[in-house]
Write a protein that binds this ligand. Structure first.
Ligand SMILES: *[C@@H]1O[C@H](CO)[C@@H](O)[C@H](O)[C@H]1NC(C)=O
Ligand SMILES: *[C@@H]1O[C@H](CO)[C@@H](O)[C@H](O)[C@H]1NC(C)=O
Ligand SMILES: *[C@@H]1O[C@H](CO)[C@@H](O)[C@H](O)[C@H]1NC(C)=O
Ligand SMILES: *[C@@H]1O[C@H](CO)[C@@H](O)[C@H](O)[C@H]1NC(C)=O
Ligand SMILES: *[C@@H]1O[C@H](CO)[C@@H](O)[C@H](O)[C@H]1NC(C)=O
Ligand SMILES: *[C@@H]1O[C@H](CO)[C@@H](O)[C@H](O)[C@H]1NC(C)=O
Ligand SMILES: *[C@@H]1O[C@H](CO)[C@@H](O)[C@H](O)[C@H]1NC(C)=O
Ligand SMILES: *[C@@H]1O[C@H](CO)[C@@H](O)[C@H](O)[C@H]1NC(C)=O
Length: 472
């Protein structure tokens, strides 16, 4: 990676004297107009950048009051010109940087210093409307349009959003309040959304109080989400943590999420719109996730799954005071499939449900969904689960005439709450097998002794992505 030195003659001279080779690097850096000391330390990333600039070079003021939307846009516009020359990084220095929505560019890194806070503005005119997602056909909150995410990108390659645990604060309170009062006719913005993009990294940040979903990669591939602390009040509306949506090859690891909705929600479009676009979420790894979400799932599959969900591998999942473990949400009208789902090593404490599948999640974009579009749910595997203080071990409801099949549950120990429900496993329209599960499952999941439910042994390409050490 390039080591840029400030153009103080003495430094340059001594550097040249000490290390002849370094002079080349200095010359390289000299071409960069907005040069700065790379003093913010080292960080891991899919790619390092040759050029580097600081947000304040573009007139930004970190007082928490001045709007910096223009500065972010000007900086990124400027740095986009280096895309074909080694790329560029934008450093957000210590301070409180108020901004509206801004767009990223390719071969680009947004790096937050550990004491940097990006604040989402409350001025709604700084969140421009953008078209609704083609695979949703309508706004998710309201039938009107939707507003651009705080950090937005489309049709990009090689984008990194990272920091030494710097903070992005969506200041969601006013959005939640207005949403609850039904004062919006548009869909609230997300915190980070990348569409139609390849090679994405979002890592080592604290994200708080998004107006709605936090991290939303959609129609994208090769996505790495790592080391995020995501925090929102547990009663805030739709503050999902990470929502891979119609994405291929995604790895979500080492995240700690407290939120008012699903910690991770795997999606692929809604009813007839999702079916028409037809882009599945597949080859997804979720590992070392810790979740607290009393009214939602640790990992939800759906409810928007109309492009299909296949090959999801979740392991080393911890949840505390959370409504459910891995939950399948679907309905007639969704079409497509959820299949080849593998989960192992879940540790759960104080849960309403351990296993929850529902075929009646009847929330539709409009009345024009296809009643013949029935989803196929098949090959759902769980093993090595320990759960304490559980209200319902299993609520597994397929669709009448469209049973959920190939359910496999092995090596599961569930301890119930003090006053357990009478019907501990409520199973309808499902089939599968179990092994070594307590309490004893329903009759539709008969015991098959000695069975270990499968978990794939092969590696996915996203597992082989290596991070380089870059300097900021
Ligand atoms: C980028 O900013 C630098 C320094 O402000 C300036 O010299 C350069 O002309 C800008 N480049 C573009 C393409 O605007
Ligand atoms: C950001 O990207 C969107 C979608 O391409 C576009 O409509 C908008 O004008 C862009 N905003 C800026 C400031 O470039
Ligand atoms: C982005 O990519 C999509 C899918 O390839 C394409 O339909 C769309 O036109 C592209 N948009 C832009 C602004 O290039
Ligand atoms: C990042 O900051 C959050 C919030 O202060 C903290 O809980 C978390 O432990 C920090 N993560 C790291 C890796 O330092
Ligand atoms: C949405 O609300 C805004 C502000 O209240 C109003 O100006 C606009 O006409 C409304 N749009 C629709 C489609 O109802
Ligand atoms: C059963 O699950 C527990 C908890 O994850 C694990 O420690 C144990 O090794 C598993 N047993 C087998 C036979 O796989
Ligand atoms: C067990 O779960 C109940 C809710 O069902 C909760 O009120 C209680 O505090 C939990 N007990 C422990 C020991 O965590
Ligand atoms: C069991 O599940 C079925 C189907 O979802 C539901 O109709 C029924 O009320 C449930 N029974 C209990 C006791 O919860």
């Amino acid at each position: 990676m390039g080591l840029c030195l400030k153009l103080r003659t003495s430094h340059v001279l001594s550097a040249i004297v000490i290390l002849g080779l370094l002079s080349l690097r200095v010359a390289e850096c000299r071409n960069n107009h907005h040069l700065h000391n790379r003093v913010n330390g080292e960080y891991p990333a899919i790619n390092c950048r040759k050029h580097s600039a600081v947000l304040t070079d573009f007139g930004a003021v970190g007082d928490g009051k001045t709007s910096n939307t223009k500065s972010f846009n000007a900086a990124i516009q400027n740095l986009s010109t280096y895309a074909s020359d080694g790329g560029a990084q934008l450093i957000v220095p210590p301070g409180k940087w108020l901004t509206g929505s801004f767009n990223l560019t390719s071969h680009f890194t947004l790096f937050l210093h550990k004491d940097a806070v990006i604040l989402g503005t409350q001025d709604e005119s700084e969140w421009p409307p953008i078209p609704v997602l083609p695979s949703y056909g309508t706004g998710r909150d309201a039938p009107g349009g939707r507003l651009s995410s705080l950090i937005f990108g489309t049709n990009l390659t090689d984008v990194v959003i990272t920091g030494n645990n710097g903070t992005i604060d969506g200041q969601g309170f006013t959005w939640w309040k207005k949403f609850r009062a039904s004062e919006y006719n548009v869909t609230r913005p997300y915190m980070i959304e990348l569409m139609y993009s390849d090679q994405i990294q979002i890592s080592d940040l604290t994200l708080i109080n998004s107006p709605s979903w936090f991290v939303h990669p959609i129609y994208s591939s090769n996505v790495l989400v790592k080391g995020l602390t995501i925090l929102a009040p547990v009663d805030s509306p739709n503050t999902d943590g990470v929502n891979p949506d119609s994405c291929t090859n995604t790895r979500i690891e080492d995240c700690f999420i407290v939120s008012g909705d699903d910690c991770v929600a795997v999606k692929s479009g809604w009813d007839q719109y999702g079916i028409k676009v037809g882009i599945p979420t597949q080859h997804l790894i979720i590992r070392r996730l810790t979740c607290i979400s009393p009214d939602s799932a640790t990992i939800a599959l759906g409810s928007e799954m109309s492009g299909g969900i296949q090959d999801v591998r979740a392991e080393d999942i911890t949840a505390i005071d959370t409504q459910s473990g891995v939950r399948i949400k679907t309905a007639v009208g969704r079409g497509a499939y959820v299949k080849d789902i593998y989960v192992r090593r879940m540790t759960l404490k104080t849960m309403k449900y351990v296993f929850w599948m529902a075929g009646n999640y009847n929330q539709h974009p409009d009345p024009f969904f296809d009643p013949k579009a029935i989803p196929e749910i098949n090959g759902i595997n769980f093993r090595d689960v320990v759960a304490e203080n559980v209200t319902y071990p299993g609520s597994l409801a397929g669709i009448q005439g469209d049973p959920f099949t190939g359910i496999c549950i092995s090596n599961v120990t569930i301890t119930l709450t003090e006053k357990p429900e009478e019907l501990q496993w409520n199973c309808t329209d499902i089939s599968g097998v179990t092994s070594n599960v307590t309490p004893k499952p329903c009759a539709l999941l008969p015991e098959k002794q000695g069975l270990n439910c499968p978990f794939p042994e092969d590696r996915l390409p996203i597992d082989d992505v290596q991070l380089k050490t870059c300097s900021a």
